[in-house]
Design a protein around this ligand. Structure first.
Ligand code: ADP
Ligand code: MG
Length: 459
């Protein structure tokens, strides 16, 4: 008893959550009480597992600790500081230096090499190239992925990608690692490697680890298991026999000096959320200050995803109906934006204002462009469309390549080629008379053009 008190006195929790409530869509018919009356203490160097069925509020709790989710009420203290009182600048600093985050979906930047992905947070901090590379190489070696340094994310297996994302989360040496279902997408062998890495970060590197999982097989890794149900903590289990658990871990996956051996199969198609792609594209040419502000939304990807998932079918269907009204010119774009944003009770659709505005801005741009398509001055139209595609899809084409794109667009306008051929032509390498876009971009350009043509024809 005395001993316990002694420990309590000496150690100050690095996470202290008091009476935390998070309510989404408060007061609306689709109100969700995501977290209710949460009290939780996480000690330095503790390995905490937040466990419970899907939808019980685990991610919301983790994002609250990360400062990505504002409490409806209650407080979250990290190292005795209330993170919701932080300024924007301090929040950006907090995300870079205090916590490292690991997600199920990795969120690696597809256009950057593995080593650059890992260095990214250091670039934001203005650390010299040589120093960041040195740190990144150490991490690559440690996690047995040195050979992948110059490759791109799409060339790696899921397990390798997750090791890269852990390396990225560690490059600033944060005290706390937050991991949201980090092995949810991995096969069992890769899962064990990643779980072992996290365990080692806790034991050898003395990091505080908070892991979110719905898989009971992971429970033996934790020191403290927080059981959740319906937005509440229903039980906290403290596990003491740390050494025994360590010994029970699969021997073959314990990390050794010199890294681990693993060959994973290649995953060909990579899922990159739309808003992250926007971020990737905006990345070039920004100052480090601007980029560090971008880091917060970068980590907030999953919250964005929630926003869309939280939309009801009814909301989506109503939005589509309104869009039709706009396309039939029954309402103006301003009315359309207003109705998207208007609360459900008032007969609106109840979207978040910023999303409503961005959505209708996109629609406005594309319809304006479609309306200006002229089948008489086809050369001029083709050039304008190439210009539009270049800006809208941020292709960064010079005039020479824009002209080449316009030529292919003209072929499509004249119906000499169909959608498939158009896409192939811009995807082909330059030596095969194509435009040499990567496949994803080619698909996007083709889709955008078809959309324009469709809108034009229906007018
Ligand atoms: P878990 O991670 O345990 O699966 P979450 O924290 O993601 O659970 O979600 C808890 C509850 O809150 C769910 O009912 C979910 O649908 C809801 N929710 C999460 N994010 C949002 C949001 N942005 N808007 C509305 N509801 C949300
Ligand atoms: Mg979740």
């Amino acid at each position: 008893m005395e001993n316990n008190l002694e420990i309590k006195k000496n150690k100050i929790p690095n996470v202290l959550i008091t009476d935390l409530n998070v309510i989404y869509n408060q007061g609306k018919p689709n109100e969700v009480r995501s977290l209710e009356g949460i009290n939780l203490e996480i000690m330095p160097q503790e390995y905490v597992i937040i466990f419970g069925p899907s939808g019980c509020g685990k991610s919301t709790l983790l994002y609250s600790i990360a400062g990505l989710q504002k409490p409806t009420s209650g407080t979250v203290l990290i190292d005795q500081e209330n993170i919701s009182s932080y300024s924007k600048k301090k929040t950006a600093w907090f995300h870079r230096r205090k916590i490292g985050m690991v997600f199920q979906a990795f969120y690696l930047i597809g256009s950057l090499s593995i080593i650059k992905n890992i260095c990214l947070p250091k670039i934001f901090d203005g650390v010299k190239r040589k120093e960041r590379r040195f740190l990144a190489k150490e991490l690559l070696e440690r996690f047995g992925i040195s050979e992948q340094a110059k490759k791109f994310p799409s060339e790696l297996s899921g397990g390798q990608k997750q090791r890269v994302s852990i390396a990225r989360s560690l490059i600033n040496d944060p005290d706390i690692i937050l991991a949201d279902e980090p092995v949810g997408n991995l096969d069992s062998k890769s899962s064990q490697i990643v779980m072992t890495i996290l365990k080692e970060l806790n034991e050898r590197d003395k990091k505080t680890v908070v892991l979110v999982t719905h898989d009971p097989a992971h429970l033996p890794y934790g020191d403290k298991i927080v059981h959740m149900m319906d937005g509440k903590i229903i039980k906290i289990e403290i596990i003491r026999k740390k050494q025994e658990i360590r010994e029970a871990l699969p021997e073959s996956f314990v990390l050794k000096e010199g890294g681990i051996e693993e060959r994973g199969e290649l995953i060909k198609e990579e899922y990159i959320p739309l808003n992250l792609r926007h971020l990737m594209r905006s990345f070039r040419g920004l100052t480090s200050n601007q980029i560090s502000n971008l880091l917060v939304p970068f980590k907030a990807q999953q919250i964005f995803a929630h926003l869309f998932f939280s939309m009801t079918n009814d909301q989506i269907e109503k939005a589509i109906k309104k869009l039709e009204d706009f396309l039939y010119a029954k309402i103006t774009i301003e009315d359309f934006t207003k109705e998207l944003d208007m609360p459900l009770e008032k007969g609106g659709i109840g979207w978040d204002k910023r999303i409503a505005e961005r959505f209708s801005e996109n629609i406005k741009q594309i319809t304006e462009q479609a309306n200006s398509i002229s089948f008489i001055e086809r050369d001029k139209t083709a050039w304008e469309i190439a210009d539009y595609l270049n800006i809208r899809l941020k292709l960064e084409l010079d005039d020479e390549r824009k002209k080449e794109l316009a030529t292919i667009v003209l072929d499509r306008l004249d119906n000499r080629i169909g959608k498939e051929e158009f896409q192939k032509l811009i995807d082909f390498s330059t030596k095969d008379n194509g435009l040499d876009f990567d496949k994803r971009t080619a698909v996007k350009i083709a889709k955008e053009l078809e959309m324009l043509l469709l809108l034009r024809y229906s007018n």
